[in-house]
Design a protein around this ligand. Sequence first.
Ligand code: COA
Length: 182
Amino acid sequence: MEIDILMERDLPFINEIINMPQVRRFFNFIPPLAFQQTKKWFKEVIEKRRKKQGECFIVRIDDKTVGWCYGFLNVKIERKFFSILKPYLKKINRKHLGYLAAIVVNPNYSGKGIGSILLDRLHKYLKSIGAKAIWLGVNSDNISAKKFYEKFEYKLIGCVKDFKTRGDDIKVNQDIYLKYFS
Ligand SMILES: CC(C)(COP(=O)(O)OP(=O)(O)OC[C@H]1O[C@@H](n2cnc3c(N)ncnc32)[C@H](O)[C@@H]1OP(=O)(O)O)[C@@H](O)C(=O)NCCC(=O)NCCS
């Protein structure tokens, strides 16, 4: 097993995993991703990397990408999320707030500690670029992911009801979690 930063050669694996039905059900607020969109996302990651504002870590097993974890310093926060976060950020400048944008492990490899390795690596990276805390949103019915975050001492601070990011009728409730770095 190797942990690395995201490279172009990881993209086909990532595109395949994100569209697996077991994974899609937790990302039902975004449409299935065409490979072109995954490539576009890669450019965003590269840009964050260049500015030292974020990183995407990946795990490969036998040269096959089996999971990734993407996070960055999150200056712009949508209003409905920010209103939940605000009371908790009194001592933290928004510039020092990290955001966990995605963590996904191929379901055939879940429960083997890969997600933990990835999240731990991302935490260390975000701390190294100045993050004092990290937040995320997770579908309220994603029980296994919530258990996972709670193990890492993320605290549930609120819920955004009827969250909607795409043009059709799909709405989800998103639980908001926050973790302060020590
Ligand atoms: C959430 C996810 C990244 C966890 O990755 P993973 O490699 O399976 O996690 P780990 O093996 O490191 O598990 C660490 C801890 O998380 C919790 N956990 C993980 N999977 C769990 C499950 N299915 N049910 C309950 N708890 C679970 C456990 O506390 C576990 O600790 P333990 O093994 O000591 O009991 C993975 O399940 C996943 O990709 N899910 C689908 C995508 C997703 O929902 N991403 C988050 C969207 S916000």
